[in-house]
Design a protein around this ligand. Structure first.
Ligand SMILES: [Zn+2]
Length: 238
């Protein structure tokens, strides 16, 4: 004959363990929420940074084109000035010096023009890169907004379950003899939050040590609380 009162106490302890195990899972899941939200935001910030980067590259190239334009115009002016000076010069030496200056200016202009042309040719590719980064940002932005919404819904659900379980815990606790509750809390605090385990085959479901047949029989009989002799956890029939 099983003892109905003991069966009830074991039932309540088992229920309490289920609640506490789930509460621990919920707490762990909720603790991960901020870092999960941060990881989602990191992806958004990376996509934003990429847009800024390609835009900055494009702006740099544009600034370089403007600088080359000014440089070409200034060198053109220099060249004209040398040519005007040359027209009024009589000495061969000075004339030759100005010829060299003019040749250097022409070479400088040609090099600057080549560089500018290359930059202008790359303009299409730059615009494409900006457009690609912007469309990627739009995609990531929409996806991450959805993920954050899902995460927030998940968090609400976890918190809701937490509130329900805390109420259920109160009910289970009020239904348990105080000595049982103290014992349960003591074992739980010493054994990784697990105080009540089933006998699995002929082993303790907590520490997996063999449980002597006599104890297995006692756990089945449910006439008293039976403990694992190694870890001290309360054994229930599987
Ligand atoms: Zn054990």
């Amino acid at each position: 004959m099983v003892d109905a009162q003991v069966v009830h106490r074991i039932g309540m302890l088992t229920r309490l363990q289920e609640i506490d195990t789930r509460l621990a899972e919920l707490a762990a899941a909720l603790a991960k929420m901020p870092s999960r939200a941060a990881a989602i935001d990191d992806r958004l910030q990376a996509a934003r940074a990429r847009v800024e980067e390609v835009k900055a590259d494009a702006a740099d190239d544009l600034a370089m084109i403007r600088r080359l334009e000014r440089e070409i115009a200034a060198t053109e002016e220099e060249r004209s000035r040398y040519q005007r000076q040359q027209a009024s010069i009589k000495g061969n030496k000075e004339y030759a010096a100005l010829t060299a200056e003019i040749a250097a200016a022409v070479e400088h202009i040609s090099a600057a023009e080549d560089e500018m042309l290359q930059l202008m040719e790359a303009e299409g590719a730059r615009e494409e890169a900006v457009a690609r980064a912007e469309s990627e940002f739009a995609r990531v932005s929409a996806a991450t907004a959805e993920e954050l919404q899902d995460l927030s819904a998940e968090e609400s659900a976890l918190k809701g379950e937490q509130v329900r379980l805390l109420k259920a815990r109160e009910a289970a606790v009020s239904d348990l003899p105080e000595a049982d509750l103290r014992l349960y809390e003591k074992i739980r605090s010493m054994r990784d939050g697990i105080a009540v385990v089933p006998v699995v085959g002929t082993s303790c479901g907590g520490c997996y040590q063999a449980v002597p047949p006599q104890r297995v029989a006692e756990a089945r009989a449910a006439k008293k609380l039976v403990h694992c002799e190694y870890c001290g956890r309360i054994l229930t029939k599987s």
